[in-house]
Ligand binder design. Structure first.
Ligand SMILES: [Zn+2]
Length: 435
């Protein structure tokens, strides 16, 4: 599990950011490709280690005793003493519904009294209520809110976040959401990966003409592609949402236009969505609570990443048994996301998701770390660029107030993030912020 050799070139390299003295530096060394099987348990840990970067990219990582042989600092370099602490790659959240207006705490109260998700939806609640609120909100209002959410995510160690539209369900409102994502990506340290989720729900005005709404979604794809407003297209393929045939039509058109694919698969009921996602070469299949054995086999034989969202199950009061263990033992590449959204998961902490994955889904702490870094990067289409601390990776770093990585999922509910670095710049420091 532990490695002691650094990664160096022959000549000393120049660095403008140095994090040194780490008690445990999680390089995540592995690959190529997402980690599966025993690889997912290997974090490439260096003890008493440093990581150095220049221009936002890692240039050297290794044991402190070899630091000055290999690294020269620029005059204005940032040097951070992480003595004895856990230093990990910035966390990657591969599944969020980040941009929305309003909350739905009254529905949560009703659910606590026993109302089902479908009952609430039938009374005008659920996704369509957030669609109403989000359509009514201005671009500026949505930007202010989203920037606030991103501040909070950053404080939990998230440095890259996939963000879906899907609360517009008409071109202008979907474009508004995607433009909010683009604006926040450019103006906030957290990098955003935009996903178009026009097929999140059938809007009220198309309730009796689903086929026309599928056509509308397909019509939205080309302008979104032209404006480069989304990297991925996602479909909510489930009972009560879009069926397999509708999902296949939308995703195939998206693939033909050059989008990456994602699919909300087999969450509420088994529909075969995972098999569809694998067949179409989706980057990820997400949720998977009702996945079939055949779906697991398809995932294990593909590069499609399984994204599990344990905070959603927990919030809905459903514990899916040892689903994580089953997928991990079957050789599936697994990532964890928050699913942050106003209906089924209001948490945006990936460390919390790690705890839930360990306590409820059968992950080990090592597998949970791989799932929110290296593998989550693959699920966000950024594999090999973020989610590791190796030469060439982005210098996205979380320093935890802890000497052992296992303490992070263990200290359930406590935020141990001390500092976050994005592309070689300190973007969050808790003790400073707490004054
Ligand atoms: Zn979702």
């Amino acid at each position: 599990m532990r490695e002691y050799t650094g990664v160096f070139g022959a000549e000393p390299v120049l660095a403008d950011c140095l994090v040194t003295g780490a008690g445990q530096l999680l390089t995540m060394k592995g690959g190529p490709g997402p980690k599966r099987g025993h690889q997912a348990r290997e974090l490439g840990i260096l003890e008493d280690a440093f990581v150095a970067s220049r221009g936002g990219s890692v240039v050297a990582v290794g044991p402190v005793r070899e630091l000055w042989k290999h690294v020269k600092l620029t005059d204005d370099a940032t040097v951070i003493d992480a003595r004895g602490k856990v230093v990990s790659p910035g966390l990657v959240d591969p599944h969020t519904h980040l941009v929305f207006a309003g909350w739905r705490f009254d529905e949560y109260a009703e659910r606590c009294r026993g109302a089902s998700y479908l009952e609430i939806a039938e009374k005008g609640g659920g996704i369509l209520r957030t669609v109403k609120d989000t359509r009514a909100a201005s671009f500026e209002e949505l930007v202010v809110r989203t920037m606030g959410f991103l501040d909070e995510m950053l404080s939990f160690g998230t440095t890259t976040c996939e963000a879906k539209s899907g609360y517009g369900l008409e071109l202008s409102a979907e474009l508004k959401q995607l433009r909010v994502i683009r604006h926040c990506d450019m103006n906030h340290p957290v990098d955003l990966v935009p996903t178009f989720l026009g097929a999140h729900a059938v809007p009220v005005e198309y309730r009796h003409d689903r086929a026309s709404y599928v056509d509308r979604v397909i019509e939205m794809l080309a302008p979104i592609r032209e404006m480069r407003l989304a990297t991925f297209v996602d479909v909510f393929c489930d009972e009560g949402s879009f069926n397999i045939r509708e999902s296949e039509i939308i995703l195939t058109c998206a693939r033909d236009l050059g989008f990456g694919l994602k699919i909300h698969a087999d969450e509420l009921a088994y529909t075969g969505a995972t098999e569809l996602g694998c067949r179409l070469g989706a980057t990820s299949c997400d949720h998977l609570l009702k996945i079939s054995d055949e779906g697991i086999r398809k995932l294990s034989g593909s590069n499609t990443v399984a994204v599990l969202l344990p905070a959603t199950s927990c919030f809905l009061g459903k514990v899916p048994g040892l689903l994580g263990r089953k997928l991990l033992d079957s050789g599936v590449a697994v990532a964890l996301g928050t699913d942050f959204n106003p209906g089924t998961c209001t948490a945006m902490s990936l460390p919390l998701c790690m705890t839930l994955a360990c306590s409820l889904l059968g992950f080990s702490p090592e597998e949970a770390f791989s799932a929110v870094t290296w593998n989550a990067a693959y699920a966000a289409g950024l594999g090999g660029k973020v989610g590791g601390l190796l030469p060439g990776f982005q210098m996205d770093v979380v320093i935890f107030d802890s000497g052992d990585y296992r303490e992070i999922p263990y200290r359930f509910g406590t935020n141990l993030v001390d500092m976050v670095i994005k592309r070689g710049k300190v973007v969050y420091h808790r003790r400073k912020n707490a004054r």
